[in-house]
Design a protein around this ligand. Structure first.
Ligand code: BYC
Length: 351
């Protein structure tokens, strides 16, 4: 539990979890005391917990980011699941199935984190299905060959880890804790992708060419995962001040490029950027211009697979309705049975 100091805790305990300022008639003086305590806690790198007071905008920024993140995890299952039935060996099939299941688990941890902010999973899924909330641009690209599974693991999961490791230090406790477990699993995913590509590059000429083609197609979209350039990033400044984000989009993108260049060399693959050059002065790799027009088009819904991904997601949700109904009926039965047992125990223990 975060020691945000007594006013927020005192207030939250009285108002219940997720008690919002203003909504419960707090006077402005109390709000400014809570705000000051919140600011002090963030400045001291303490965690904000669900029952602590927090500004409305902090809460809604977290819901926006966590929801987008959760949606990315579950939509992200689709491009790889496409290859489960066609994996070239039982070993590869088992690994890929485990990975795709992990992504579903990540989605659940993240919807759980969003629930602690007072937003239900149902509500977030409705928004996703209605196209009112985003998911990562990267999952609107097709997986054309088996090598794409390797490129996704190496580059997409690699980019995800680069972005998500700092989120383990996010100021909001439930999100930060979910990220610890997610990052451990993502790092396994990244290694399986790298190992898959390594096997292909050590294989036949056709396999090596397939690996190169996959990296050619996934490299630039992976760089776009980090979001728009800093000077166009609407939310970065505020999110960094709140310590939700710890680094800017461009800083993380550069970190990712610096990690990938030597790894590509070790794989014997070329990154599709003629402008990649080591910059001695900066101590970083310079890289070419990103096509931000393409990024904006994908965000507007005009990527190669946007329609297909959302359609498949809606269909999966509808097809799963009976599972949700059965689970709810089972839970109701269990709780009725538990309260019946409780009542008969009380009756037996009465003199
Ligand atoms: N795709 O002000 P900005 C994974 C939106 S990994 C789509 O910089 P922020 C996985 C942004 O939402 C992928 N939209 O925003 C890996 C905002 O729009 P709204 C998921 C994007 O939030 C392997 C607008 O552009 N990872 O799940 O400060 C297998 C302005 O951007 C993108 C996460 O979600 C994009 N690439 O920074 C399976 C990590 N980039 O909301 C699954 C957590 C930006 O104003 N999220 N936008 O309409 C973050 O770290 C941050 O939200 C971002 C963006 C760095 C992505």
């Amino acid at each position: 539990m975060t020691p945000v100091t007594s006013p927020p805790h005192g207030h939250a305990a009285a108002a219940g979890a997720n008690g919002a300022p203003g909504a419960d008639g707090l006077d402005p003086e109390a709000v400014s005391a809570f705000q000051a305590a919140f600011d002090t806690a963030v400045a001291a790198d303490e965690r904000i917990e669900p029952r602590d007071w927090m500004p409305d905008a902090y809460r809604s920024t977290l819901v926006r980011q966590i929801a987008q993140h959760a949606h990315s995890e579950i939509i992200g299952m689709q491009p790889e699941a496409n290859w489960i039935a066609r994996a070239p060996s039982l070993r590869r099939k088992a690994i890929l199935m485990a990975k795709v299941q992990d992504e579903a688990g990540h989605g659940l941890y993240l919807y759980g984190a969003a629930e602690t902010l007072g937003t239900s999973r149902e509500e977030l899924l409705d928004k996703l299905h209605a196209g009112r909330q985003k998911y990562s641009s990267i999952f609107n690209y097709p997986t054309l060959t088996w090598a794409d599974v390797g490129a996704i693991g190496w580059l997409v999961d690699g980019a995800a880890i680069t972005n998500q490791v700092p989120l383990c230090r996010c100021s909001y406790g439930p999100y930060a804790r979910a990220m610890v477990r997610i990052c451990k699993e993502e790092s396994f995913h990244q290694r399986q992708g790298y190992e898959l590509l390594l096997a292909l590059t050590r294989g036949t000429e056709a396999q090596r060419a397939m690996a190169q083609d996959a990296v050619d197609r996934w490299w630039w979209p992976s760089l776009m995962m980090f979001g728009p350039p800093d000077d166009e990033s609407a939310h970065s400044a505020q999110s960094m001040a709140w310590k939700i984000k710890r680094h800017s989009n461009d800083e993380l993108r550069q970190r990712f490029v610096d990690i990938c260049v030597p790894q590509a060399e070790a794989l014997g693959l070329t990154l599709p950027d003629p402008d990649l050059r080591w910059n001695e002065e900066r101590g970083h790799w310079d890289f070419g211009a990103i096509d931000w027009r393409e990024f904006r088009e994908v965000l507007k819904g005009n990527g190669p697979c946007n329609e297909q991904r959302l359609e498949q997601r809606r269909r999966a949700h509808e097809n799963g309705a009976w599972v949700r109904e059965a689970a709810a009926a089972h839970a109701a039965k269990q709780s009725a049975r538990a309260s019946q047992d409780g009542a008969s125990r009380t009756a037996r223990s009465e003199p």
